[in-house]
Design a protein around this ligand. Structure first.
Ligand SMILES: Cc1ncc(COP(=O)(O)O)c(C=O)c1O
Length: 414
């Protein structure tokens, strides 16, 4: 099977003009070239699917030699093959200043590994109040059981986060924009404050991806993606990643290996394949999302639209300052009505599928109820909240669909 295939020292890559040249390239170019080392692709455009558990060695001496440093060497299936390394390296190259990336079987698994790599019993974690529900459950369940306490903070706290730092505070977790309520956080200010106190910072950057928000260069130590969303992009695989700044890399790798975490080669392949078109897909999500959001904001039965790129979204000025685009996920609050009237709207939609997750090419809708998921920033609204993921369909069709839905809502409300 060609055991000499993987040359750890090799740096030549297909489609890249010179070794290391990718550092100077624009993000859209890096999306195409990153991670495609020739010794991993063997000249094939897309890295092949290398499925493996056992790796065979020529001798005991070779086995022992390989054990000394397993990074980017075929050692045992759990440590990956060129299929996983290629995607991981591509994600690292999209985050200037990052040291490395590891892959996980889901976004939630990536959050868990990142948190466990920095926390120990007795530590306190500062967690944003608008965190994704399973992240919150992890803090209130798993971490609590291991003697790690969590204090929730206002997503708009900015540099004042320093007022919360106590003797046992070890890390600050951000998610920007927040889940369901889309508050945009001042990530650079929070990271600067944390750094001044020797704390570690983590960010769930799934909404923006490194294309619209580069986290490591803004001071984040560990940036997390649910690759299930925009990286895979086709709603057909579960995958997560954590990309680390140099100071956080060794602990992340050690913890991930000790947890036995790994991503399947087939899923990594789907991630790599999705990544190459993520730029054009995101540009369309940005455009379509804004078209639909602007239309919704003009409808008399919509109280407000919560879209980071529209004024009125909490933290919109920070989005303008820090982000280079918006993805297709946002919310809108209905004027009056109850759960039933909201269900009448959602059930009547034909182009928006009712389902969890987002980031695929298709439009989705869910009823969103953040009230039980906020402890320091109570959710108050003029009516029920709806979350949309605007896909790649023609936005005029999506608007017609929503027009019908709003008519059903009005009929059910009165
Ligand atoms: C912001 C955010 N982070 C993490 C996740 C978890 O990703 P996964 O579904 O791959 O576990 C999700 C999933 O919806 C999410 O919305």
């Amino acid at each position: 099977m060609g055991r000499g295939l993987v040359d750890p020292e090799g740096t030549r890559r297909c489609g890249v003009s010179k070794p290391g040249g990718e550092k100077d390239h624009k993000p859209d170019t890096r999306l195409v070239t990153a991670g495609r080392r020739e010794e991993w692709t063997q000249g094939i455009v897309n890295p092949a699917v290398w499925r493996a558990s056992t790796i065979l060695y020529d001798s005991v001496a070779e086995l022992k030699e390989r054990q000394r440093d397993t990074h980017h060497k075929l050692y045992y299936g759990r440590r990956g093959t060129p299929t996983q390394w290629s995607l991981a390296e591509a994600l690292t190259e999209l985050e200037p200043g990052a040291e490395g990336t590891l892959l996980y079987p889901s976004g939630v698994a990536a959050v868990a590994a990142a948190l466990l790599s920095v926390l120990k019993p007795g530590d306190e974690l500062l967690m944003v109040d608008s965190a994704y529900e399973p992240t919150r459950l992890m803090c209130d369940g798993l971490l609590k059981r291991f003697g790690i306490s969590t204090r929730y903070y206002d997503p708009l706290i900015g540099a004042s986060i320093a007022d919360l730092f106590g003797e046992h505070t070890r890390a600050v977790f951000m998610e920007s924009p927040g889940s369901l309520t889309f508050e945009v956080q001042d990530v650079p200010a929070i990271c600067a404050a944390a750094k001044a106190h020797g704390l570690v910072t983590l960010l769930d950057n799934t909404w923006a991806t490194p294309l619209y928000f580069q986290a490591i260069s803004r001071g984040v130590d560990l940036t997390i993606l649910a690759c299930t969303k925009y990286v895979v992009g086709h709603s057909d695989a579960m995958l997560g990643s954590v990309t680390a700044a140099p100071g956080a890399w060794a602990r992340l790798r050690q913890t991930t290996y000790q947890l036995g975490q790994t991503a399947a080669a087939d899923d990594a392949f789907l991630g790599s394949r999705g990544l190459r078109t993520m730029g054009v897909r995101l540009a369309r999500h940005h455009e379509n999302g804004l078209t639909v959001a602007r239309w919704l904001s003009e409808q008399p039965d919509v109280a407000r639209v919560i879209h980071p790129a529209l004024p009125g979204c909490p933290g919109h000025d920070i989005w303008k300052r820090d982000f280079s685009g918006a993805s297709g996920l946002f919310g809108f609050v209905l004027k009056g009505g109850d759960d039933q009237a909201r269900a009448a709207l959602i059930d009547s939609l034909e182009l928006f599928g009712i389902g969890f997750s987002w980031g695929g090419y298709e439009s989705l809708v869910i009823p969103a109820d953040p009230q039980s998921l906020r402890s320091v920033t109570p959710w108050q609204a003029e009516g029920p909240l709806v979350r949309l993921h605007v896909g790649l369909e023609d936005p005029t069709d999506l608007i017609s669909d929503l027009r019908r839905g709003l008519d059903r809502f009005v009929a059910a409300r009165s």
